[in-house]
Design a protein around this ligand. Sequence first.
Ligand code: UD1
Length: 358
Amino acid sequence: MKLITILGARPQFVKAAIVSRKLRQYHQEIIVHTGQHYDYQMSALFFEEMNLPNPQYNLSIGSGTHGQQTGRMLEKIEEVLMKEYPQAIIIYGDTNSTLAGALAASKLHIPIFHIESGLRSYNMKMPEEQNRRIADHLSNLLFCPTVTAVDNLAAEGILEGVHNVGDVMYDTVLHFLNVAKCKYESGIPTQQLGFKINSYYLATIHRAENTDNIEKLRVILEAFEKLDKQVIMPVHPRISNFIKEIRNERNEYRNINFIQPVGYLEMLLLLDNCCRVITDSGGLQKEAYFLKKPCITLRNETEWTETLIGGCNVLCPIEEATIVNSVLRSNVDENAYNTGYFGDGRASDKICEIINNI
Ligand code: UD1
């Protein structure tokens, strides 16, 4: 088949890295990069270190409001689809690139295969919830990571073309953790040398709901400053200006180590060596789960409800004392983790088999 894969943001590069190499054994795949993420450390680094084939098209959309970004993508993706006329497109997850790809293909009656389908937070204010709902309702093949995702789709009347294949991110972690360990034989890579195993918390914050308001970010950082162990925080470009502003106003944080965004391999090692994770990322919640690291999620809800079982992941509102207590108290029995919820690490093989049999 002639397939077009539409990518744009960091988590999509991670998922495509494992699926693309398998798809390409049987199909012609053209990668279209919308340019939603464009910094070297947010994009090219991932293609390089995960061996993801270079995009044939880079639409260079860049940043903007949600409407601007999605609108520009829609127009340019349509041009590519009209030129290439693939037999189907592949989209991942719930970003603006996912939505634009789904809309463009749907209007041209090109079938849509959606990987990581069926997730719901039931919070319609999140751009990701809007994107994934629309993408799911336009898709022809819906590859779900969990039983919960299948049930969510069924509740909305989506029953056809739905496959529970497991989570491609589980495949990715299993594969790339080994790659990372081989690449960085000494353990934690250079940038983080000096951070001792199990001596730090790993934190990432980038969700619009936590970062559009500087006050919330201030509360989160004050909580981190009061923790008993150092916090290592790769800074997403979305919050770098706010962080600069806050750091200019107060004495330097003594307990927070702000670092540049890191590539996937470094991130996996930082994760594997940390003692707990504090995040608002969907992907990192699961990666923490796969590597049996207790996770404190700074949100009121999660799409990955399986991770909450046994307290492996704990939801936490943005209140200083609550964040501190949640991190300090979190204590999870290793037996509570059950990666079986997310499949057997062969989601990408199953997706390829289903596509091969069309
Ligand atoms: C997007 C996704 C989110 C995903 C996240 C992963 C949507 C609605 N959100 O959020 O679901 O979890 O990617 O990171 O699609 N910026 C740069 N350089 C870059 C990329 C972004 O400086 O390479 C800055 C820009 O100021 C931009 C801001 O970050 O305005 C936000 O980027 P954007 O792609 O719009 O959303 P993310 O927050 O990254």
